[in-house]
Design a protein around this ligand. Structure first.
Ligand SMILES: C[S@@+](CC[C@H](N)C(=O)[O-])C[C@H]1O[C@@H](n2cnc3c(N)ncnc32)[C@H](O)[C@@H]1O
Length: 278
């Protein structure tokens, strides 16, 4: 996983080699919104442009991360899942999926997948499994599913004859409709056995269409794909699997841990849902 020494960019910032810091990137903008340090001037400029259109964007990112914690606990505790495939992992942020899962089930196993060099540069933090469990990191594009499911570290870490928790948290909006993310997700779902679960969060087009249009315009100008989607478009990702109650709902209202979420259920413009393979 060694990448070589960091290199200095035109702004005097130091970055791992292979990381293009001149254009904003989703993982690093998200890192900035949730208070991380692995971001650069271009990420902060685009992150600020998004925040201008949606002032609550930091809360949104935080609520998305809170959902990740809730859903991993749900999958371990109530669905009996002991192995996870986390696609679009992002820059490591404590607690990471294996830390949440292994705090409840020390034997839990997690395979992390991301295609961004900065995530790869920080992936060591994801390989700190407890001694009874196991983690792996795969530098891959989720659309190359054949390569992913043939990867030796995936096959050594996950037993594909047993249920897997497939996590696609805040990643599918980075794939355009033209590239048919529904088909990519279907291919991943088809590779998993009965009893597997999928959890998705996705920025919603329908909470504040005007603000979302401004964010999409800023993303497009910066050369970034961003496709917020309507509730029914997000619901289509789950087709054929049994949706866990309450279905596809605003992220803050999916199994909330306190009543605060219910005061402003639409404050975070993300749809969230979980489904189980029959
Ligand atoms: C906004 S971050 C989300 C991080 C984390 N899942 C979370 O919700 O806290 C999205 C991540 O998806 C990754 N990503 C985007 N497209 C991808 C693809 N086609 N294959 C794998 N990862 C991808 C990005 O590199 C980025 O790290």
């Amino acid at each position: 996983m060694a990448q070589g020494p960091d290199v200095e960019n035109a702004n005097g910032e130091w970055a791992p080699p292979g990381v293009d810091t001149s254009v904003a990137h989703s993982a690093r903008m998200y890192d900035w919104w949730i208070g991380g340090k692995d971001n650069f001037a271009a990420d902060r400029a685009m992150g600020a442009a998004f925040a201008q259109a949606i002032p609550s964007i930091r809360t949104m990112a935080r609520e998305n991360r809170n959902f990740l914690e809730r859903v991993v606990r749900y999958l371990v505790d109530e669905a009996g899942i002991r192995q996870f495939l986390d696609i679009g992992t992002g820059i490591p942020t404590r607690p990471n999926v294996h830390e949440i899962a292994q705090s409840m089930a020390p034997e839990a196993r997690v395979v992390y997948v991301d295609n961004d060099p900065i995530v790869l540069a920080h992936a060591r933090a994801l390989l700190t499994s407890g001694e009874h469990g196991r983690t792996a990191y795969i530098d891959a594009d989720m659309r190359q599913s054949a390569r992913l499911f043939a990867d030796p570290s995936l096959l050594e870490t996950l037993d594909l004859s047993k249920p897997v928790g497939l996590l696609m948290i805040a990643v599918l909006m980075l794939i355009d409709d033209a590239d048919d993310p529904w088909s990519d997700v279907r291919t991943l779902m088809d590779a998993l056995p009965s009893g597997s679960c999928i959890a998705i969060t996705h920025p919603g087009q329908d909470f504040d269409p005007e603000a979302m249009a401004a964010v999409v315009a800023a993303a497009t100008q910066g050369g970034m794909t961003l496709a917020p989607r309507r509730r029914e478009e997000v619901a289509r990702f789950f087709d054929g699997w049994e949706l866990v109650e309450p279905g596809v709902v605003p992220v803050m209202t999916w199994h909330p841990e306190n009543d605060e979420a219910l005061d402003a259920p639409n404050a975070a413009y993300y749809w969230a849902g979980v489904a189980r393979k029959p």
